[in-house]
Design a protein around this ligand. Structure first.
Ligand SMILES: NC(=O)c1ccc[n+]([C@@H]2O[C@H](COP(=O)([O-])OP(=O)(O)OC[C@H]3O[C@@H](n4cnc5c(N)ncnc54)[C@H](OP(=O)(O)O)[C@@H]3O)[C@@H](O)[C@H]2O)c1
Length: 312
C-alpha cells in the first residue's frame, strides 16, 4: 500500500488507517487475525481514542501488540478530551482540554496500549472552555517526557486549529473530520461556493483550503456513514443511486462498491487518509484494494452527484 508522509513529521503512514473504535466487539482471535491482515495489506496506522469501548478497545489492542506485533512497525495514534460525568442528577458528556486532563489521559492510554509512547496524540473535539496555554504546556511536557512524538487535533475548524497552533511549539500535523460520499461537507462548501445551495454552507471555516495551505494531513473518519451516525449508506435504500454508481465504477476497476467509496476519498489531491472502521477481515481486505485505483475526474464527479449533491 502506498505510504504518505504525514505533513511536518518523519512518519510514513498508509493512506488507509484502521479505526479501532469498534474492536471491543471482536474476540481476541478474530482481532489478532484482523490486525495481522491489516499489516500484511500494508496498513500500518491504527486509530484509537481513550473513550472507544470505555478504554476496552485500547486494552484489547495492547494485548495483541504485546504478544504478536512489533511496536516499531506501527504508527499508533489516540485521542483524548471527551469525558463522561454525573452532575446535578444527570449523566453528562463534556469536553476537557485542560493541562491535567490531557497529561493524565495519555498515561491511561499508554497503560492500556502497553506501550511507552504514542506516535500521535490528537485532541478529540474542540472544548469551548479550552485555554491554549494549557494545551501548549501539556504538549510540551508530553514531548519532553517522550510519551508523545507528534500532535494533532480532531474536529477542529480552521480558525480553532490556527488558534491552538499559535500557542503550541510543536507543529500540529493532523486533523480528523467526517468525510465520505454521503457526507462531503468539507469539500462541498468550496465546490458550491457562491451559490444558494445548501452544500455551500461553511461549517468548518474553510478547513480544506487551510490544511492544504498549512501542510496538515486530513484524516477522514466514518467514510460510510451519513448524517451524524444516522446510518451507513451501503446498506440503505435511500442511497440506491449512489450504491449503483459505486458498484458500476467499482466493477470497471475490479473493486467492490465500498472500495470505490474509499478510492473516491483517496482521489482528492489534498492527500487525505481514510480511517475505515470495519471489524470484518474479508471486508478490510476488499476495501484495501481502493489504494490501487485512481478514479478519473468524470468518475469522481459522477459519484458526488449520485450521492445527491449539487454540481452547480
Ligand atoms: N475523530 C472522531 O471524532 C471520530 C469519530 C468517529 C470515528 N472515528 C474513527 O474513524 C473510524 C471509522 O469510523 P466508523 O467505524 O464509524 O467508520 P465506517 O468505516 O464508515 O463504518 C464501519 C461500520 O460500517 C459497517 N458496514 C456495514 N456495511 C458496510 C460496507 N458495505 N462497507 C463498509 N462498512 C460497512 C461496518 O460493519 P463491519 O464491522 O461488520 O464491517 C462497521 O460497523 C473509527 O474506528 C475511529 O477510529 C473518529
Amino acid at each position: 500500500m502506498e505510504q504518505i508522509n504525514l505533513d511536518g513529521s518523519e512518519l510514513s503512514a498508509s493512506r488507509i488507517v484502521l479505526g479501532c473504535m469498534r474492536i471491543n466487539q471482536m474476540d481476541d482471535r478474530s482481532l489478532s487475525e484482523h490486525l495481522r491482515t491489516a499489516l500484511d495489506l500494508g496498513i500500518n496506522n491504527f486509530d484509537h481514542a481513550d473513550i472507544y469501548g470505555k478504554g476496552e478497545c485500547e486494552t484489547k489492542f495492547g494485548k495483541i501488540l504485546k504478544e504478536e506485533l512489533q511496536r516499531e512497525d506501527i504508527i499508533l495514534q489516540s485521542k483524548c478530551g471527551i469525558r463522561y460525568g454525573h452532575t446535578a442528577g444527570e449523566d453528562i458528556e463534556y469536553y476537557d482540554l485542560s493541562r491535567e486532563h490531557i497529561i493524565d489521559s495519555v498515561d491511561g492510554i499508554l497503560q492500556r496500549l502497553g506501550t511507552d509512547y504514542l506516535d500521535l496524540l490528537m485532541l478529540h473535539r474542540p472544548d469551548t472552555l479550552m485555554e491554549p496555554e494549557e494545551i501548549a504546556e501539556a504538549f510540551g511536557r508530553l514531548e519532553q517526557s517522550g510519551k508523545v512524538r507528534h500532535f494533532g487535533l480532531s474536529n477542529f475548524n480552521a480558525p480553532q486549529f490556527d488558534y491552538v497552533q499559535k500557542y503550541t511549539d510543536q507543529k500540529l500535523i493532523t486533523n480528523q473530520m467526517q468525510f465520505g460520499p454521503a457526507e462531503p461537507k468539507i469539500i462541498s462548501s468550496g465546490l458550491q461556493a457562491n451559490t444558494p445551495f445548501a452544500g455551500a454552507a461553511d461549517r468548518d471555516g474553510g478547513l480544506l483550503d487551510y490544511v492544504r495551505l498549512n501542510d496538515v494531513t486530513l484524516q477522514a473518519w466514518s467514510p460510510f456513514h451519513y448524517g451524524y451516525f444516522d446510518g451507513i449508506f451501503p446498506e440503505d435504500p435511500k442511497y440506491k443511486v449512489l450504491n449503483e454508481k459505486l458498484e458500476t465504477i467499482g466493477e470497471a476497476h475490479g473493486i467492490s462498491k465500498s472500495a470505490a467509496a474509499v478510492a473516491w476519498i483517496l482521489r482528492h489531491p489534498a492527500g487525505m487518509q481514510t480511517i475505515i472502521g470495519t471489524t470484518n477481515t474479508e471486508r478490510l481486505t476488499e476495501i484495501a484494494k481502493a489504494d490501487d485505483v485512481n478514479l478519473s475526474k468524470e468518475e469522481w464527479y459522477s459519484i458526488y452527484k449520485a450521492a445527491g449533491h449539487v454540481i452547480p
